[in-house]
Design a protein around this ligand. Structure first.
Ligand code: SF4
Length: 370
């Protein structure tokens, strides 16, 4: 599919160009005109491009665009990447900073919500901009392009807080940084004695798998224990290139988990998510979280009722591999942290017995020792 797309829309590009992550970034589709050369934009999409009241940038790598059905405005990947006019509407409960990250930022680039974990916002740059991004207030804005002094201040904060044992390097997408810069940051974090584990939050393995080069993987494995938390949305993302990238990471011993945002009209069905999670397992990526979409301004067209996610998890339970089933989470607005909101399997109590519902909705008794 990608070769056909390349020949049609980039006739001068070679297969070697296509396989180069920097070529992909350089040729990302960022404007209405560029996208209109490939997709027939709908009235909604056209209208979204002409508005300036939510200046969240657009960027779609050629690889990711080649995974879309170009003539289908309801293509699931397209719905997540091409702006629609609804993103300019402010719905009930929506906020620019729904997770309360700003008030939990003791120094620039650090978000410290939980006692033992911090986020390190390494960059605001992403290869593709998801229209439901929780951090749309800063991502793609140029506000997080950090001079070294800002990173030093953030590193100093972590070094001075011995309770921090887990650092999630995120952004933006940290894998868009050059190998040497990311290596420097990870080495500095690794050198802090109380930091036990490092995590990188990224969507690049899904949208820019060409980034998973042997040299990147070689560098990452030097900073073990380091986990990749990969944002996957839909099984249509799982191209041969994506599979190769994941296999390369897994073969290097880099553990991977996935995070998926539940999105209306995109992946809010048991069949779609079962397919995604089962295929991720074959790539040695463990489905970790299924997130209820955060109430970022302009996201109401993406949000499902919480009951939808609960039903999907209920449908999966007992009908696929246990660790193909992620936890359904809501990130509590205002900085409350993640709250599991999966279905409840305890039907009640009868004396000393708990009444349990199994996957087939049959009731079982379990004597509950007091
Ligand atoms: S990849 Fe992550 S940080 Fe970047 S736009 Fe998507 S959700 Fe936001």
């Amino acid at each position: 599919m990608s070769a056909t797309f390349r020949r049609q829309y980039f006739p001068a590009a070679t297969a070697r160009d296509w396989a180069n992550w920097q070529w992909q970034l350089l040729h990302a589709f960022r404007t209405r005109e560029q996208l209109a050369g490939v997709l027939k934009l709908t009235t909604d999409e056209e209208a979204a491009f002409t508005r300036s009241d939510r200046p969240f940038p657009v960027s779609i790598t050629p690889h990711y665009l080649s995974r879309m059905r170009l003539d289908d405005p309801q293509d699931p990947l397209r719905l997540t990447m091409v702006p629609r006019v609804q993103e300019h509407q402010v719905g009930p409960g929506e906020l620019w900073d729904p997770l309360g990250e700003e008030p939990h930022s003791p120094v620039p680039r650090i978000v410290h919500t939980y006692p033992d974990k911090v986020l390190f916002l390494a960059t605001d740059f992403c290869a593709t901009y998801c229209r439901y991004c929780t951090r749309a207030r800063v991502v793609g804005s140029g506000k997080l392009t950090a001079p070294n002094s800002i990173w030093e201040e953030a590193l100093c904060y972590i070094a001075q807080h011995a309770e921090i044992r887990d650092v999630l390097v995120t952004g933006g997408d940290p894998l868009t940084l050059a190998d040497a810069r990311l290596d420097w940051l990870l080495a500095r974090l690794r050198a802090i004695p109380h930091v036990q584990i490092l995590r990188i939050g990224t969507k690049l393995p899904a949208v820019l798998p060409q980034r998973i080069t042997p040299s990147l993987v070689h560098m990452l494995r030097r900073h073990a224990p380091l986990w990749l938390s990969i944002h996957f949305t839909h099984p249509n993302e799982l191209s041969p290139e994506v599979a190769r990238g994941c296999i390369r990471l897994a073969d290097a011993g880099i553990p991977m988990v996935s995070q998926t945002v539940l999105l209306k009209g995109v992946n809010d069905s048991t069949a779609v998510l079962k397919d995604l999670f089962e295929k991720l397992l074959t790539l040695r990526v463990t489905p970790y979280y299924l997130h209820q979409c955060d109430p970022i301004v302009g996201s109401s067209h993406f949000r499902t009722p919480v009951a939808t996610g609960q039903q999907i998890i209920r449908d999966l339970h007992g009908r696929t591999t246990g660790f193909a089933i992620p936890s359904l989470m809501i990130d509590a607005p205002g900085g409350g942290g993640k709250v599991p909101v999966g279905p409840n399997y305890i039907a009640g109590r009868d004396g000393a017995d708990l009444l349990l519902k199994n996957y087939a909705d049959k009731t079982y008794r379990y004597h509950d020792p007091v």
